[in-house]
Ligand binder design. Structure first.
Ligand code: OFO
Length: 167
């Protein structure tokens, strides 16, 4: 297996930072949900935090396998306050869309560089992003249907509490 090119190494290092930034952001979101007594949302977001850590680790492990130089850079301070749970999940969707775009960019690079192995890895992230965007969109729809407050909000919070597993 050829060593990773320097362009793909840089792009994957940047992606590790994005995944860790996403993780940090979900952790801040979870803390905010806790302050609002939205235990289900807080738990959902905490699971998402772990999922993002898994995404970063998967990239780190892959780079190690291909002898790429791993560089961990600073993670920006995440947004910590939201006007509502709907506002929070709109931020989630925007964040996931930005991650999807970034993954597509790295995939394009892997195609350009004829790095077929990296394309295989990135395909996993392409599929994962479909799920990520879809779950955020579904929660946004539920919040909109339920009015995003009172019993509608509690119903969504209870549904979020039932999340289990993930990758
Ligand atoms: Fe890593 O999937 Fe969200 O960001």
């Amino acid at each position: 297996m050829p060593q990773l090119s320097s362009k793909i190494t840089d792009a994957l290092n940047l992606q590790i930072n994005r995944e860790l930034s996403a993780a940090y952001s979900y952790l801040a979101m979870s803390a905010w949900a806790d302050t609002q007594n939205l235990a289900g949302a807080a738990s959902w977001l905490r699971q998402q935090w772990q999922e993002e850590l898994g995404h970063a680790t998967k990239l780190i492990d892959y780079m190690a396998e291909r002898d790429g130089k791993i560089v961990l850079s600073a993670i920006p301070q995440p947004t910590a306050t939201f006007s509502s749970l709907l506002n929070l999940f709109e931020s989630v969707l925007a964040q996931e869309k930005a991650v999807t775009e970034a993954i597509y960019g790295i995939y394009d690079l892997a195609v350009e560089e004829k790095d077929y192995a990296a394309q295989g890895l990135l395909q996993w992230y392409v599929n994962e992003q479909v799920e990520e965007e879809n779950s955020a969109s579904e929660i946004i729809s539920l919040l909109k249907i339920g009015g995003g407050e009172g019993s509608g909000l509690l119903m969504v919070d209870r549904q979020l509490a039932s999340r289990s597993g993930g990758q």
